[in-house]
Design a protein around this ligand. Sequence first.
Ligand SMILES: Cc1ncc(COP(=O)(O)O)c(C=O)c1O
Length: 401
Amino acid sequence: MTDPDSKGPSTRAIHAGVNRQNAHHSIPTPIVRSAPFTFADSADLDAFMFKKVWGGGAGGREEYGREGSETVNAVEQRLAALEGGQAAALFASGMSAFTTLLLAHIKTGEHIILTDDGYKHSREFCLSLLKRLGVEVSVVPTHDYAALEAAIRPGVTRFILSESPTNPLLRLVDFECIAAVGRKFGIETAIDSTFGTPVNQLPLAYGIDYVLHSATKYLGGHHDLVAGVVIGPRDKIAALRDARTILGGILSPDSAYLLERGLRTLALRVARHNDNALGIARYLEAHPKIERVWYPGLESHPDHALALKQMAGYGGVVSFEVKGDLQAANRLIDALEIPYIAVSLGGVESLIGSPAIMAYYELEPEAREAIGIKDNLLRFAVGTEDLDDLIADLDQALAQM
Ligand SMILES: Cc1ncc(COP(=O)(O)O)c(C=O)c1O
């Protein structure tokens, strides 16, 4: 597709990265499962190696499946186009994307800054493994831009990593502020935009250097694959691909195919997730058995003004506190008929879970409360079912609770 940046998200999600002249004349990118790729003769091999070593890339073909494949490469181009970035690298999971990004760019003695509201395994990787390798890590409150600046060690800090919206309270960071701090001190910035999706927000457009996703969630969209992606500047993504070849975390062609299939309906699905979640958030906020609703599309959310500024839609996750304790919250979960009880989010099926039990089980209740995770909090990853059915289900379950 010529000039993908001029096209809308639906067109990009359907057409970007497609090789219309592929050898099979197929519309979907073929699943190319080969582990090694063959050469016609030694001259073909010579030409490939010359290009790879001196020409700055493999020139559209691959030598070995750990480095890339037609299927993976095509989905990378589509994801880069969706985020308005130059290039993308796909990984076997969101965690592999995050860890490879850092391992590729950070050295012993350097320093990174995380905001405190991040995905727990991302934080754990930095605070345990990276620290063990001699990388200094500071964790600052997500909305405290003064604390962020104060934590910077000029010449030593290499990365600022944050998420938006965050899990489970859907707090937002101001992309413009984070990018400005990064530029001021010459530090690279990365945003995990998993909860946001490229349909609802485009952090790179604000000057953020890298966007990450757990593609397991909205990008895949059907609860049937685990994948991750980093989108960013072409030269940096090339270096990241080299690190991926060493660390070995590339996505399989089969999962890449499923991801491409999911992406074709990304814009449609996200629009529906947005509408459903806003409808549910409004319904819950008016319900007498609900204490508080967390959804950035609601005027009552602390980051609503920022949501209006940098989001086109507010996403599919609604968190809410019921009036009552953990048992009351559990009774509600058990009475619901449509959502599955499960971790994760972003698929067409609604999922519900208790953050206190599922993600923060290792903390004492007081420690959980200190970070805003109450026992009566539930996280509803709203799917694409009919809104009336989801509300009727909540209605009957709340009556039983
Ligand atoms: C915001 C966020 N980032 C990253 C991850 C990790 O992604 P994955 O599970 O695909 O490894 C998750 C997983 O839940 C997540 O919620």
